[in-house]
Design a binder for this molecule. Structure first.
Ligand code: AKB
Length: 313
């Protein structure tokens, strides 16, 4: 970290951005972190905020120049379930947004980029337990295809143009500060809210659908961790596997029952079940641990306890 660092977060009002901006501002100072999204939100009351569409390359360039930005975190994207409903738009948004930011670094206008990938890069032919970093991928969703293509482009820009781009394959993310938006793993956040509000939850995945998940404080720690790592430690320039813990709807419901004894769960799988079936059950992130020291702090038990405590407040 340098005192001259100036950060732009694009897509800052979503599930990750809301918490990432708060954390970055604690580290770098409020005025050194510019939040931006396609619409104005309450974030604008907390510090510098710009309204920008990630498809607008010229608009991003103007913001970058005006604020003397040297690092960009690009979070704007359509997630797995929403992308299936509008495949062409999802492809355009997820890819063009990435190119707009990669090109800023190629032209040496910014120094460093963060771009999230996802477990969605894996597909039905991938080994599903302890999925290794390098393996068969073959994603079967539009979101997964865009993330896999994005990974290839990140590595290409690094090798060809020396672009300092860093990326993580997020599992499903669980947090209490903001709502998830259009993913297959969203149930793992909704379930907490419904347990505390109504005492019951109808899950859109079947009871034994195990998926890799992570508590938001760990995701933020990993994101800032890889961005602050020395460049020579970041050996993988496509995207790193990132593991937290894994559970099924049935397992998380049992954990929640410890705090809400009358909680009941029912199952009504919808189109998101097929997406979940194509993803790994657990992830091996040995490369992230070896290269830049990744280690999660939370498991299912500590995450559930922290979620309930904070949501009850
Ligand atoms: C989704 O469910 O689409 C996302 C993801 C795993 O990338 N949460």
């Amino acid at each position: 970290m340098r005192t001259s660092d100036k950060i732009l977060v694009i897509g800052s009002s979503g599930q990750i951005g809301t918490e990432l901006v708060q954390n970055l501002r604690e580290i770098y100072g409020i005025d050194n972190v510019v939040a931006s999204d396609v619409k104005i939100t309450d974030q604008a009351k907390e510090g510098p905020f710009e309204v920008i569409d990630v498809m607008n390359a010229q608009g991003i360039l103007e913001i970058v120049k005006r604020h003397k930005i040297n690092q960009v975190y690009l979070l704007a994207a359509l997630l797995s379930a929403t992308a299936e409903k509008m495949p062409k738009f999802a492809w355009d948004l997820n890819m063009q947004g990435l190119f707009n930011v990669l090109d800023l670094a190629k032209e040496k206008i910014v120094e460093k980029i963060y771009w999230p990938s996802s477990i969605a890069v894996f597909g039905p032919n991938t080994p599903s337990e302890n999925t290794p970093q390098f393996t068969i991928m073959e994603p079967s969703t539009v979101y997964g295809i865009s993330k896999q293509a994005g990974e290839r482009w990140c590595e290409y820009y690094f090798k060809k143009f020396g672009v300092d781009v860093r990326s993580l394959r997020y599992p499903g993310l669980i947090g209490w500060k903001s709502a998830p938006g259009g993913g297959t793993t969203d149930y793992a956040v909704h379930i907490f809210h419904e347990a505390l509000i109504s005492g019951s939850y109808e899950c859109f995945l079947s009871e034994n659908t195990t998926l890799p998940m992570m508590y938001m404080p760990d995701a933020i720690k990993a994101t800032i961790g890889i961005m602050q790592a020395d460049s020579d430690k970041v050996k993988i320039r496509s995207s790193y596997n990132l593991s937290g813990f894994s559970f099924s709807p049935k397992e998380i419901a049992l954990e929640i029952k410890k705090y809400v004894p009358n909680f009941s769960i029912s199952y009504k799988p919808d189109s998101r079940q097929q997406i979940a079936n194509s993803w790994p059950k657990s992830i091996d992130s040995i490369e992230a641990s070896k290269d830049w020291g990744w280690k999660p702090d939370y498991d299912l038990i500590s995450m559930t306890s922290d979620m309930i405590k904070n949501l009850k407040k």
